[in-house]
Design a protein around this ligand. Structure first.
Ligand code: C2E
Ligand code: MG
Ligand code: MG
Ligand code: MG
Length: 285
């Protein structure tokens, strides 16, 4: 009868669920857990920003700081963005999260300047979904106005893949941002698929050589050649070059020799909370 049929269906459902639960791997389980708590992380004040200086190679001065988000999870402790940004991106939480990062970073820049630290620029990362959001330019203009930050004091970093998804549309958005006075950087350069013909047309100010190329510049001739070539090419296009992930004096010496403009990395400073950052070598505006 229908009762027994119902009973069998329920049992089947339950065992399906058990099967699912048992075989669902640890990564998927973690993802599910993080996704549900990430939605509340902003309201519960669990997000924080660390800041890492970008240093002018010629005079050793800090020209900007990059804001890098961290999540202080009540049970799991400090979680790195590599673990939760992809989840935020897939679930859409990246939109409110990105707004929070921008607002927080702008307030911090404002605060440093009010304390007499003349930091030129605050740099923020933009994920693909943020970049594609409808009212990106309006939202950013609004936050800048609200925090009293001049657009010339803000830098944005996007990756090649963000732009190459729809290059024509991306160029339009980048031009709008640039027209406001915002500085634009291509992040993780060398790991994506941007074609050189587009590179010429992107209105970008800076190119950040990914740390995977910088790591072995003093030991691997291939990486040495590649980094040297990227610097020459970028300069031909009037684009400044930043090296990411610089950890040693030898790497810095090589970059200086090749005419690289700026660097960022543990050699100068790890990303740190605002009050732990050594701001003595901030360049005057
Ligand atoms: P990214 O924008 O390329 O940032 C550079 C990453 O390299 C940071 O990792 C930084 O801590 C790390 N790093 C800096 N110097 C060194 C070094 O000398 N050696 C090594 N091994 N690593 C170094 P982090 O903070 O874990 O961030 C990872 C990525 O997460 C970022 O890569 C960025 O793509 C993303 N991310 C971070 N914060 C945000 C955010 O607010 N919004 C978005 N959309 N993405 C973010
Ligand atoms: Mg970045
Ligand atoms: Mg990068
Ligand atoms: Mg990276």
């Amino acid at each position: 009868n229908s009762d027994t049929a119902m009973y069998h269906a329920k049992e089947a459902g339950r065992s399906n669920y058990q099967f699912f639960a048992q075989t669902m791997n640890a990564a998927a389980a973690e993802r599910l857990l993080l996704e549900s708590s990430l939605r509340q992380a902003i309201d519960r004040n669990q997000l924080l920003l660390h800041y890492q200086p970008l240093v002018n190679i010629a005079d050793g001065r800090i020209v900007a700081t990059e804001a890098l988000v961290r999540w202080n999870h009540p049970e799991l402790g400090l979680i790195s963005p590599a673990r939760f940004i992809p989840i935020a991106e897939d679930s859409g939480v990246i939109i409110p999260l990105g707004d929070w990062v921008l607002r927080r970073a702008c307030y911090q820049l404002k605060q440093w300047r009010e304390q007499g630290i003349p930091l030129q620029r605050m740099v923020v990362n933009l994920s693909p979904r943020q970049f594609r959001q409808k009212h990106l330019v309006q939202t950013f203009t609004q936050v800048l106005k609200e925090t009293g930050v001049d657009p010339h004091w803000l830098g944005l970093e996007v990756t090649e893949s963000v732009i190459m998804e729809n290059p024509e549309e991306a160029i339009g958005i980048l031009c709008e941002l640039k027209a406001l006075g915002i500085e634009l950087s291509l992040d993780d350069f060398g790991t994506g698929y941007s074609s050189l013909s587009y590179l010429k047309r992107f209105p970008i100010d800076k190119l950040k050589i990914d740390q995977s190329f910088v790591r072995d510049i003093t030991t691997d001739p291939d990486d040495e050649g590649m980094v040297a070539a990227i610097i020459v090419m970028a300069h031909q296009l009037s684009i400044r070059v930043v090296a990411e992930g610089v950890e040693t004096e030898a790497q810095l010496a090589f970059l200086r020799g090749q005419g690289c403009d700026e660097y960022q990395g543990y050699y100068f400073s790890r990303p740190l909370p605002a009050d732990e950052l050594d701001t003595t070598s901030v360049a005057a505006c």
